[in-house]
Design a protein around this ligand. Sequence first.
Ligand SMILES: Nc1nc2c(ncn2[C@@H]2O[C@H](COP(=O)(O)OP(=O)(O)OP(=O)(O)O)[C@@H](O)[C@H]2O)c(=O)[nH]1
Ligand SMILES: [Mg+2]
Length: 213
Amino acid sequence: MDNNSFMEIKDARFIISNTEVEKCPRPDKPEYAFIGRSNVGKSSLINMLTNKKSLAKISGKPGKTQMINHFLINEEWYLVDLPGYGFAKPGKSESRKWEKFIRKYILLRENLYCLFVLIDSRHAPQLIDLEFMEWLGLSQVPFSIIFTKADKLKVEVLEKNIKNYEEKMLETWEVMPVWFLSSALKGEGRSEILQYIEEINQSTGKRDQEKTI
Ligand SMILES: Nc1nc2c(ncn2[C@@H]2O[C@H](COP(=O)(O)OP(=O)(O)OP(=O)(O)O)[C@@H](O)[C@H]2O)c(=O)[nH]1
Ligand SMILES: [Mg+2]
């Protein structure tokens, strides 16, 4: 793969936060969202990809991101930071409400070209992530996996964990979804993820052109 071919992010800016898919920006640009357990590193990854330290708000405590946050990249496509799952805030009705708006966003957002499911590379496969991805599959939502916090493990352990994850996925999936490794701390995975987004942006553009012929 040509190392220089991935697009650079020249401009990244916050647009809007909300809890209603109807109030998100007009769905006229490709969109990529990040989801996964609370604290897995969704917001940190957005900052790493955009090279902006505090574009998305991060925290050492789970439950920091509470809304659907849109960031416009190069005036051409959106990155979206979502609240995490698996962290019960006091008051169960609150977390049920969360579930509803986030699932609604995932199912109804027509320009969501890929949902990145973030998984902490340190842990064995967790039921909550496996079930969530099964729901995505059943709902025909396109997704890819990003194993986060790669800097926290030795290469051998990292490789073993990913192999193990792949084996677990292949118990239910015919093929392993596209996956990436990332470290928000070291910038690992940045060029690969941006390259992948660029490829989807390009192919979508081509399909749109074909439609108008
Ligand atoms: N070492 C290391 N720490 C990371 C990495 N990514 C995130 N962190 C840390 O993990 C913690 C959680 O990061 P966030 O980006 O806020 O996680 P989040 O998934 O957005 O969490 P919620 O918004 O609460 O769902 C912070 O303390 C980050 O500094 C990484 O790649 N490496
Ligand atoms: Mg967050």
